[in-house]
Design a protein around this ligand. Structure first.
Ligand code: HEM
Ligand code: FPP
Length: 305
């Protein structure tokens, strides 16, 4: 009897998982990206709260936003499976490697998406659930299915989906849309082009091979370097607005200006230095930059009251 249960549960597992293990499924959710998205959502929740954080919208909100974002990332793996197969950076992903097939990945995305949306709808509020699903549609549908292959401005427009989490955090706590979190959305929106184009310069041959019209492929490396520099300068200016609008204090002004100037410094080195060195340095710095920027906003919020 015990043996038969083992055999059956073993074959059920094989039916569900195929050749894959949990690490493969986990990898498809782009966990590092989702962690940073959740930090920005948490900051949205904190700036929406006076005093103690309300635990239910915060905990359930983060779990729900994390699950739906993970679902969006899995859908991106399904839609992009053919180009991922041909790009050096992505050919080892679970679908191109053949350990997870598209139907299983779709099933996984459906479970994550539905559970996440139900949690947000029932235990946080319908507005947050709808905006989070809008983020999923924006990333997996509008960006991945359409914009990515349609225009070199793909990531500028598609960047809105990745920029939305601070608003989701805010609506999870307040149940309404206000101007404050939109300033944080603007920060991420302006940060995304230099974040991605630095990497795209380094990986331009990958994108050219699969005919994806990323800016360095369509307009060349020099043009893209200039665009990266201009966006870091724009980010410096946008970074002043939360202080000028009275949302953040002096600590924010100092911290964000220092971080944004460092980003400009990387972009200048990239513009006039060898991209073989500075493209990936700038990309890696962009991630540390956004993480620290949102930590500064958080600390400033609690210190400046
Ligand atoms: C349309 C918008 C965006 C595009 C096109 C984009 C593109 C990329 C790409 C191509 C990578 C490399 C992944 C790899 O190494 O396989 C990456 C990495 C990363 N991105 Fe973005 N990104 C966007 C928005 C964001 C946003 C909004 C965040 C967070 C708030 C973010 C956080 C990260 C992090 C943390 C990594 C490192 C992942 C790792 O090391 O595993 N990205 N991004
Ligand atoms: C609910 C919500 C906020 C959803 C969206 C969140 C989300 C997962 C954003 C990710 C942004 C990102 C890593 C884009 C890269 O896609 P790519 O296809 O250009 O990169 P790739 O080639 O590495 O797959």
């Amino acid at each position: 009897m015990a043996r038969s249960i083992t055999v059956h549960s073993g074959s059920f597992r094989a039916w569900v998982m195929g050749e894959a293990n949990w690490a493969d499924y986990y990898q498809m959710t782009k966990p590092n990206v989702v962690m940073l998205l959740l930090l920005t959502a948490l900051v949205g929740m904190c700036i929406a709260s006076q005093g103690w954080l309300p635990w239910q919208p915060v905990v359930v909100g983060l779990v729900g936003i994390g699950l739906v974002s993970g679902a969006a990332a899995v859908l991106n793996h399904v839609v992009d499976r053919r180009i991922d197969e041909q790009m050096a950076r992505t050919h080892h992903r679970p679908i191109p490697r053949g350990v997870i097939d598209a139907p299983r990945a779709l099933g996984f995305a459906a479970i994550l998406g539905l559970v996440g949306t139900a949690l947000l709808w029932l235990l946080v509020n319908p507005l947050t659930a709808m905006l989070t699903v809008l983020g999923l549609v924006g990333y997996a549908g509008v960006y991945t299915l359409y914009l990515k292959r349609a225009t070199p401005q793909n990531i500028v427009i598609g960047g809105l989906a990745g920029a939305i989490p601070p608003l989701l955090g805010w609506t999870a706590v307040t149940g309404q849309i206000d101007a404050e979190p939109l300033l944080l959305v603007m920060l991420i929106f302006t940060w995304t082009p230099p974040h991605f184009w630095a990497l795209a310069i380094h990986r331009r041959n990958d994108y050219a091979r699969v005919n994806v019209p990323m800016l360095p492929v369509t307009h060349g490396v020099e043009f893209t370097k200039t665009a990266v520099l201009l966006y870091t300068l724009l980010l410096f200016v946008v970074g002043l607005i939360p202080f000028l609008a009275g949302m953040n204090g002096w600590l924010y002004l100092l911290g964000s200006s220092a971080l944004n100037l460092m980003f400009v410094y990387y972009a200048v080195r990239l513009k006039w230095g060898p991209e073989s060195v500075w493209a990936m340095k700038t990309f890696r710095f962009s991630i540390v930059h956004l993480m620290l920027l949102f930590m500064v906003i958080l600390v400033d919020h609690f210190v400046s009251g």
